[in-house]
Ligand binder design. Structure first.
Ligand SMILES: [Zn+2]
Length: 312
């Protein structure tokens, strides 16, 4: 009699426990999800890591008000130096409207003095978006100084140096004087300077990948209470190009249980999606898929899929 009573009591406790648990929320958390990173082998100093443009040629508009014909010609020669000495890996092209230009160039007679014995011959101000994978160059303002106490027989190298900054290159940090002296990015002008093998190797590395978007889950939180799932997903484009509009699917046991529209996402931008979905109460695993129809050539398609599992 005592035995039966105990068994009955245990049964009541177990069923009570199950009923209670079903009403508690459970969290589903990402499993084995990695966000990719790229490391480039650089042999030349860069102003920003993983710096690059997402297209070639890079377009240039010249505000020529303060420039002589020789100044303009020298700048065009500076553009050509990059194309010729990189075999077209990087190239610049003149356009006739600032609205469609990546780089604008101005000439000025003001001489910003940088040191007692040096005068500045030009400046370059790159604009950069950190996409997560890259520092994507989205513009640059170049200024060339026209009147200085220093006149040179190689003004095209001043232009080429500033365009090197527009390509993200910094002044060389090598201590080898033979290399520094001939480096187009060396901050003191010398008419034998050129695109060195170090620069070329670094540019080959930075431009080895085809430009593409890279849609990636940045953060996902999800809570399930019985058959109700609340989910919040942050999707970022960490690549180089705008993504195409597409969709995000949520699957349970290979069945699509939710679909969300993903609009165009620009490089470095992210989108937060929240949703409420009805699921089977015993679901413990969900699969989230960005762009299941592959409307984008994603840089890292592996990180377009995320598994969520219940955390007990
Ligand atoms: Zn410089």
């Amino acid at each position: 009699m005592r035995c039966i009573a105990l068994t009955l009591l245990a049964a009541v406790m177990i069923s009570g426990c199950i009923a209670e648990q079903a009403s508690f929320p459970s969290e589903l958390e990402p499993t084995n999800y990695t966000i990719e990173n790229i490391t480039f082998n650089k042999t030349h100093a860069l102003m920003f890591d993983n710096f690059r443009w997402n297209h070639m040629p890079v377009t240039i508009y010249m505000y020529t008000q303060n420039a002589t014909d020789r100044d303009i010609e020298a700048f065009r020669e500076g553009m050509k130096i990059w194309k010729d000495q990189t075999d077209g890996l990087v190239a610049f092209k003149e356009v006739d409207s600032p609205q469609v230009a990546d780089i604008t160039v101005r000439w000025t007679k003001e001489v910003p003095v940088v040191g007692e014995e040096a005068v500045e011959l030009g400046t370059s101000m790159p604009k950069v978006i950190d996409t997560g994978l890259f520092n994507l160059s989205v513009g640059c303002e170049v200024t060339i100084v026209t009147k200085t106490s220093f006149s040179t027989s190689c003004p095209q190298l001043v232009a080429a140096h500033e365009l090197g900054h527009a390509l993200g290159l910094d002044h060389p940090n090598t201590t080898n004087p033979a290399v520094r002296y001939y480096d187009i990015m060396y901050p003191q002008l010398h008419c034998l300077q050129r695109v060195t093998p170090d620069i070329l190797d670094t540019l080959k590395e930075l431009y080895r990948m085809q430009p593409a978007p890279d849609l990636t889950f940045m953060n996902v939180t999800s809570t399930k209470r019985n058959v109700h799932l609340d989910i919040k997903m942050v999707v970022m484009n960490r690549g180089l190009l705008d993504s195409n509009a597409t969709e995000l699917q949520i699957k349970a046991r290979s069945n699509v249980i939710g679909t969300f529209d993903l609009p165009v996402i620009e490089p470095g931008s992210q989108l937060t999606i929240t949703g409420k979905i009805t699921v089977l109460s015993d679901i413990t695993e969900l699969e989230l898929v960005i762009d299941p129809g592959r409307k984008n050539t994603d840089m890292y398609p592996n990180n377009n899929v995320m598994l969520l599992r219940t955390v007990w």
